[in-house]
Design a protein. Structure first.
Length: 261
């Protein structure tokens, strides 16, 4: 055949084009199914548990994510066989690991709680978190630190006060006892008859006061060296640490001034 300078082009028949379109639609549908399963199914987005949430808050979030009656997950937590240290006494507070969890039609409160505590066990093992005490300290650090950069210093303050036999005097533990979150702690609050009142009782609270994330856990396990005994967050991003009580009182006065007191 004589070369004319033009390439011949193969064209799809109408039937071929229809088959190709059908194949592409099938592939797209498969991708949608896989992504939907990964993200938790239609109408069931994944559940994200932020750092520091208390068990009661996690239970409520699971109830909502699974569209079950309020209190269902809290009830399940009392009977579920979860991976917890013996010292926890079956209480998962501190071990509902902050992360994003997939949710689908087969997810139950028990399976989701087990996923969280299994994740905590794996993460703690990887980071060398070996004691219940560390998780308790990390939960207080999570609640008290204004930002991750301050967590190590907060952990060191806790250790220093424990070493000296000083009460921790952490407002976060009183907030936990009262089921609230507040920057303001009154003198009446500090007289609260509760083992979580670290103004009245020396030592750590009896359980974690929330579910700490990785930064707080690492800070509690390996706090930096320092002589700090006091701290106060004067303003967002401005936490003052000191070993001098007089200086601390001055920092507290500045905090009160900024609060308009």
């Amino acid at each position: 055949m004589q070369y004319t300078g033009h390439r011949s082009r193969s064209r799809l028949t109408r039937r071929g084009r229809l088959l190709l379109a059908a194949g592409l639609c099938a592939l797209l549908a498969l991708i949608v199914v896989l992504v939907t399963r990964l993200l938790g199914g239609p109408g069931r987005p994944p559940l994200t548990i932020p750092e520091g949430r208390r068990a009661t808050q996690v239970y409520a979030a699971v109830d909502k994510a699974l569209d079950v009656a309020p209190g269902t997950t809290e009830k399940a937590a009392r009977s579920a066989r979860l991976k917890l240290p013996e010292e926890a006494g079956g209480n998962p507070e501190g071990f509902l690991y902050p992360a994003t969890y997939p949710v689908d039609d087969d997810t139950t409160p028990e399976s989701l709680l087990s996923f969280m505590t299994d994740t905590a066990a794996d993460k703690h093992a990887a980071d060398g978190i070996r004691t219940y005490r560390t998780v308790i300290i990390a939960s207080v650090v999570q609640a008290e630190a204004d930002r991750p950069a301050d967590m190590g210093k907060v952990a060191r303050v806790i250790e220093n006060r424990l070493d000296r036999g000083m009460p921790l005097q952490m407002d976060s533990t009183i907030n936990y006892a009262l089921g609230r979150s507040s920057l303001n702690t009154s003198h009446a609050d500090t007289r609260l008859n509760s083992p979580y009142n670290t103004y009245r009782h020396k030592g750590l609270p009896p359980t974690p006061i929330g579910n700490p994330g990785q930064d707080a856990l690492r800070a509690a396990a390996r706090p930096p060296a320092g002589d700090w005994l006091y701290f106060v967050t004067v303003a967002p991003g401005d936490t003052r640490f000191t070993a001098d009580y007089v200086q601390h009182r001055a920092n507290v006065r500045e905090f009160n001034r900024r609060q308009g007191r």
